[in-house]
Design a protein around this ligand. Structure first.
Ligand code: ADE
Length: 230
């Protein structure tokens, strides 16, 4: 069973339209929509924004629906000058950039007393997602790399530079690494697929809603194609 999570309604609306709905369940204020997408059994859900919402959502998918693969889609801010608005970033791993216990000697981003710094994505899913994206979105660039998550919208040059320097991340968003941690603890596979909506600085703020709409169309085709090939 495949769980597909987006943080915002607009991020999952088109995905829900492209499935045959069989069942629905409400839990923790979230609507879990079960059905068939590209011939596979899936549950699509809007988690809400931020790491806590995502952690709760991913655990419900595992416990109540027996999900063994988690996919997080949505938009993100680019942390690399080569990664443009509309391009796709596929996670190799994920880190929570706002975890900071450096005062007690841990590197920033390290969750104290966990046996890993970052949460690795499923290598086969990453490879497959790259292949599918090149087929379904041939006009945009496909990147793989580290996804950084924190309960902050990144929109300042200094913060962006800090994230690049400290974590070598490809994009910043607010949920993926919480899903990655949940996947890690439950030993299920995951991948994060993000379309770039902004440059994580204060450029082009006016066009943000338009960029979000365009970015969403890019990952919808990718997710449907990926599910079909899994
Ligand atoms: N989601 C989309 N753009 C983002 C940004 N710049 N920071 C955090 N989350 C985002």
């Amino acid at each position: 069973m495949i769980g597909i999570i987006g943080a915002m309604d607009e991020e999952v609306a088109i995905l829900k339209e492209s499935m045959e709905v069989q069942d629905m369940m409400e839990r923790a204020g979230m609507t879990f929509v079960k059905g068939i997408m590209s011939g596979k059994e899936v549950v699509v859900v809007r988690s809400g924004i931020g790491k806590v919402n995502m952690g709760i959502c991913a655990q419900i998918l595992i416990d109540c629906f027996g999900v063994d693969t988690l996919i997080n889609t949505g938009v993100a801010g680019s942390l690399d000058a080569d990664i443009n608005i509309g391009d796709i970033v596929i996670s190799t791993d994920a880190v929570q950039h706002d975890m900071d216990v450096s005062m007690l000697g841990d590197p920033v981003g390290q969750i104290p007393r966990m046996d890993t710094f970052s949460f690795p994505a499923d290598e086969k899913l990453v490879k497959l997602a790259v292949e599918v994206n090149k087929e379904v979105n041939p006009d945009i660039q496909t990147f793989t790399g580290r996804v950084l998550s924190g309960d902050q919208f990144i929109s300042g040059k200094e913060k962006k530079e800090y994230l690049v320097k400290t974590f070598d991340g490809k994009c910043a968003e607010m949920e993926g690494a919480a899903m990655a941690q949940t996947a890690y603890l439950n030993k299920v596979s995951y991948v994060i697929i993000r379309a770039i909506s902004d440059k994580a600085d204060n450029s082009a703020t006016m066009d943000y809603p338009e960029f979000v709409k365009m970015a969403i169309t890019h990952y919808v085709g990718l997710v449907k194609g990926l599910v079909e090939r899994m």
